[in-house]
Design a binder for this molecule. Sequence first.
Ligand code: CA
Ligand code: CA
Ligand code: CA
Length: 339
Amino acid sequence: MTTNKLRQMYTVASVTFLSGILLTSTIMMMIPSAEAYDPQPQIWFGSKNTKDLGKFLKYEKYDGYGWHTKVNVMIYAPGWNTDSGKYDTIGTSEDEPIGMIVRNNTEGESGAVRSLSPCGFTETGPDTGLFYGRVKLSGTDLDVNGDGKEEKKFGGSACSNIAIGSSKHPHREAAKLETTQAGALTVWWKYNDSFNGNEVVSRTAHYSMSEAKIEFSQEYYEHDDRILIKVTDKDLKGTPKDKATVMTRVYSDSDSAGVTIEFDKKLNPAILYLTTENESNGRVLYAQPGDTIYAEYDDYLMPPVDADGRTYSIGNCHSSTQCDPSDHKTILAIAKILR
Ligand SMILES: [Ca+2]
Ligand SMILES: [Ca+2]
Ligand SMILES: [Ca+2]
């Protein structure tokens, strides 16, 4: 055998040896330990309140939640379905807690960081291995409409810990956490507290106040048409009753003072009529044929930065009747009155 051939064989042998090591270590990594034999738990967030995983995952969502809304959380953990005949629970103990934390983007604001645990989840059915909980982002008391007075009944942070007995089922509300202008919610579950692993699954979603929209029902109106004005502000929708008065200022080229119209609690479209003869009053606006009409809404619940790059901060309340004004944006809709 020549020296050359020897060297070649040596090279081949070492490659085989090396790949042998790699293969062995790959296999070793793939062999599950006895206690982690079940599939690794997984966690998802979604905007749909459903216990059906397929439907839930169609509405999977981690961005664009409002400051005052609900986040649905699903945890897949077949190893914790210990009794196929009953609804099991997870995350209720100090050893294996489900915890939640909210971080707000502005330090020092009310509810800036809140961490809660343990918050229990229940199985979606007796034998599913899927566990479900709803998290309420509860907002915080603040002046939502710029009148200097605080709107109450927002806020509050609590875990509905099913282990210690709670009136609220986790499918309705596992926890609620206080939120402000924008930030993030993280839900985590420490599912293994054994000596060789602090194993945790977690997910994070981002939330923010958002810019409102205002629109007329049509671009052009005849003078005797019924006019509808709609305000869409996700930040006020679904808030408890009697929270805040939401108004729009409506005016025309012929009457720049115009009228102020109040929306109902559900923010249903407001109705407006036109007159060419009388002064503006109530829901009737003085306008001449050919005028442009205008509807304005002041949004005091703005995101930290709007689409144009302008920044907005939320004011603090020193008492319930003394609030620093928040930065606001005036949002405008226009329509044309035909001749
Ligand atoms: Ca079960
Ligand atoms: Ca107010
Ligand atoms: Ca808003």
